[in-house]
Write a new protein. Structure first.
Lengths: 239, 239
């Protein structure tokens, strides 16, 4: 088995700073975590918030702190730093080698989609973003690592896509169609899933995204791996 | 233009912990940094050292600390933590949007290879690993971000490959041949460069790497980007 993770991320039209931040970090006891945050509003201020949150979380995770405790710490930290006036959404998804599970942590009203055996369910119980109140708690779900498991998370830019023209993306249906296509062609590529979700959203926004959009897709593949860990980054340059 | 970065990483044969650590982190003023460390010896102890070093560096970089200062801090930190008894090599390569340069920081006797216009030169001035002495300083080189620039860094597992049978990989020549091939086919993929270097090393080791091997390739591409930032991770699972 291997874990395949992909991120696709685009800025709100005509802004140089994204209010979304996402980082991947190695876990000290094995596995990796992906941390995604969306700071309130957009531009420089939002970027500062989301990167402060992500930084705090990856720093704690890399020291071995549990995901739930890291999310609580980030909430208290943001609450203290900004006196409860600024919120951010936070998602953590961890591949935890110790428990052989995927641990999904949410402080985000948006659902995390979990597909297994070509059926999609939404982890969408009510929960709050961080930073506004004391005692904010994350919701946590644990899923065994089994081939075919696909987890999709995103920031609200994906949900708001098309709002300029009164349209919107039916993310579940879109994802279902992508997964169904993939099953026929055997090899599912999470980057293709992330890219096609992002492309559909950008198209609804007529090529000018109304908000920062981040899509993260994590897939457990049955592919026999060559024991090699790989990572790629593509970073657009606007110099 | 866009930056394309790729990492390929394999453990020493029959060990579950790699003494190499590598992480990519976003820079708060734009751009990204990749941080690679190799802890003295191998296995759990080495992993602990290299991840301590990488964690310290990415945490400082994400707060806006300059690369050279982050390397010095990591050296002092390791020296203090382990009383000067344990060393680690450290490399940082940053895409710095403020200066529009690639900043290459070395505390590693091994060279960093820099290819531009199909010519390879080695940034190989003498420098020390961190952790053994006070006042250890990194060497820093800055290169303008221009299409066709390729930077390759690696840990000593790549250099020691083949030592069991008295062979070794001529990394420069190998890289030159990969780059020459790529020019004909137009689109250079850093993951292909990293993978082929790693594969050549593993082959010299008869499929049983004598040491942890990490290869990082960073490429400045003239490809017109769709303003989308992408990241992928492939993580082998041994459950």
């Amino acid at each position: 088995m291997e874990i395949q993770l992909a991120v696709a991320k685009i800025n709100k039209y005509a802004t140089s700073d994204s209010g979304d931040s996402v980082e991947v970090v190695e876990r000290p006891n094995g596995g990796i975590s992906v941390v995604m945050a969306d700071g309130q509003s957009s531009g420089k201020g939002a970027k500062q918030i989301s990167s402060l949150v992500v930084r705090k979380v990856i720093s704690l995770l890399s020291e071995g702190v549990r995901d739930g405790a890291a999310a609580r710490a980030a909430s208290d930290y943001l609450f203290t730093e900004r006196k409860g006036k600024v919120s951010a959404t936070l998602n953590i998804v961890s591949i935890d080698m110790q428990t052989a599970t995927m641990v999904i942590t949410r402080n985000n009203p948006l659902p995390v989609l979990i597909a297994s055996n070509a059926e999609i369910c939404a982890f969408d119980d009510e929960c709050s973003p961080i930073g506004l109140y004391r005692e904010t708690r994350p919701l946590i779900s644990e899923v065994p690592l089994e081939p075919g498991l696909v987890v999709v998370l995103y920031t609200d830019g994906l949900v708001h896509a098309g709002s300029r023209s009164g349209e919107s993306l039916d993310i579940n249906t879109f994802l279902q169609s992508v997964i169904d296509d993939d099953i026929e062609e055997e090899e599912t590529k999470p980057q293709d899933i992330a890219d096609s979700l992002l492309a559909a959203a950008v198209q609804l926004d007529q090529g000018r995204p109304v908000d920062d959009i981040t899509v993260v897709v994590i897939l457990v593949s049955s592919r026999k791996n060559d024991s090699t860990r790989r990572m790629t980054v593509e970073l657009p340059l606007n110099l």
